[in-house]
Write a new protein. Sequence first.
Length: 301
Amino acid sequence: MVVYIILLTLVTTHHCVAATDKINPPSPDKSTTHIQKKNDFTRVKPTATCGMREDGKTPWLVIIKDLSKSQNTSTAILQGSIGGGTLIHPSVVLCAAHSAQSPAPQLQVLTGLAGGAGDNVQMWSVIETVLHENFNPMNAHNDIALLFLSEPMKLSRSLGVACLPPADAAPPARCEAYEWSQTGTGGHRGVKTVDVPVLDHQECQEKYRNTRLGRYFILDQSFMCAGGERGRDVCAGDGGFPLVCPAENGRVAQFGIVVWDIECGNHGNPSVYVNVTRFRGWIDRQIGSRGLDTTIYTLEQ
């Protein structure tokens, strides 16, 4: 994960944030290719395919790897990993833009690592990256991207797609974040879930004004926040992983993409996520314009 030195303050984060940055409201629905509390989300019914999981597993979680930073050895599967992502279509991964800045042929998507054993790892080539045209790598505004794969994945019980909520959906009070942990056999790192509270945007901004960012910090509208309970939060190295929230019938949908925080796990400092609902129109247009089915990941009223 990336560590940035900010001009007026030193912050170690999933990504960088500028303490003096004056925020302009983002335009998340614009489409560019690089080759407030609303509806009750829990009453939205999912389609037949997305958001399914068994025994707490996360079949849509993937790892993004930069081949230029790895060695071609069987003992270095995770070497060169630059972040997490979410499979939302058999051919599409949703991720943070800061993990998708390398040329597409240089990127690789790994599945089968969430459990930690690493025995069923599959690797997928990326043929196209699409970063939001307003992505700002200096402050992580609009930090969202799509990776289009060279061939579609074959979905199964162990490999599925996440649901995305409607643009007018609001998350429930508590959701699930994901973090790397030293689990599994042979010392492999695995993924575990962390139950976290969801914060109101204004409340989150006030909490960060009490940090090194200072009283003039403005939290961009492209962000949402969750966490802040001591010992129960995601940390550096977990960037790009989703924040998922419960829907009906035991399914979940992705509301956020983790991008940064300050003093991970410190009581009162939540993690900051890309607010996926604000970019739902952008996601649909990018996928639909390539002739792919947007209903696969859609939650319907």
